[in-house]
Write a protein that binds this ligand. Structure first.
Ligand SMILES: [Zn+2]
Length: 237
């Protein structure tokens, strides 16, 4: 099992462009990793992948499990092999990300973090399933549902991407959460840790897989899409 490769299907830029149709079956995605994040077909919710199970948090707040034949438009996965490096207590979001970014000299590579424990406060969002013809990610993100929880235990899984790759991924940190009872989760907007253990995993290789069977993608003209970087920041942060 290769634990040094981060595998991504499609790009954030493709989502920004409104290429929301699922293009890779879950069964194929899971051949490249058992852990990660993504979104569902038609931008249907937030995915968090743990132990080879793809959990989907929809905009109703319900958590489903995707089936092997379900297709995803975007996902980033790896085989988990985290080193436990620290325990954090009482930190807010900015303090946590600052501390994570200083644990290792990994600013120029892709890496993953897992933060598992109890959280005093968590604010997550889930994007809403879109209907064709699709708009852009920025437009779709304006319809997102926001959920808040207090005193909840669970796991955050995320990736760090070097700034240079903003557009391919979200430059910096991008992370999703799921509660231990699998009833609450989403794309994380804000949080405060009670106590959580940090695991880190570095990648030597970033493998980018393109949706070559998608005519919409293959025919798409990126010259018609302005400000991809800014749109990703507005939609994802
Ligand atoms: Zn996300």
């Amino acid at each position: 099992m290769d634990t040094t490769t981060l595998y991504q299907h499609s790009t954030l830029a493709d989502l920004t462009a409104g290429l929301f149709s699922g293009t890779l079956p879950v069964s194929q995605l899971l051949q490249h990793g058992n852990t990660g994040i993504g979104t569902g077909d038609g931008l249907d919710g937030e995915l968090i992948i743990l132990d080879g199970i793809v959990y989907q948090v929809t905009s109703s707040g319900k958590v489903n499990k995707l089936q092997p034949t379900d297709k995803v438009p975007f996902a980033t996965v790896h085989f988990a092999n985290y080193d436990k490096v620290a325990t954090y207590s009482g930190l807010d979001k900015d303090q946590t990300l600052e501390r994570i970014s200083k644990e290792k000299p990994w600013q120029n590579i892709f890496y993953s973090f897992a933060l598992e424990g109890t959280f005093k406060y968590l604010k997550v969002r889930a994007v809403c399933k879109q209907e064709k013809p699709y708009s852009t990610l920025l437009e779709a993100s304006k319809e997102q549902a926001i959920f808040v929880a207090q005193n909840i235990s669970g796991k955050m899984i995320g990736h760090y991407s070097p700034k240079l790759y903003h557009g391919v991924a979200v430059g910096g940190f991008h992370y999703h959460f799921i509660s231990d009872d699998h009833s609450f989760g989403g794309h994380v907007l804000d949080f405060q840790i009670n106590q959580a253990e940090l695991g880190l995993q570095a990648f030597e290789t970033f493998q980018e897989h393109f949706p070559v069977d998608s005519k919409d993608f293959m025919d798409f003209d990126y010259n018609n899409l302005d400000n991809i970087a800014e749109q990703i920041n507005s939609a994802e942060k």
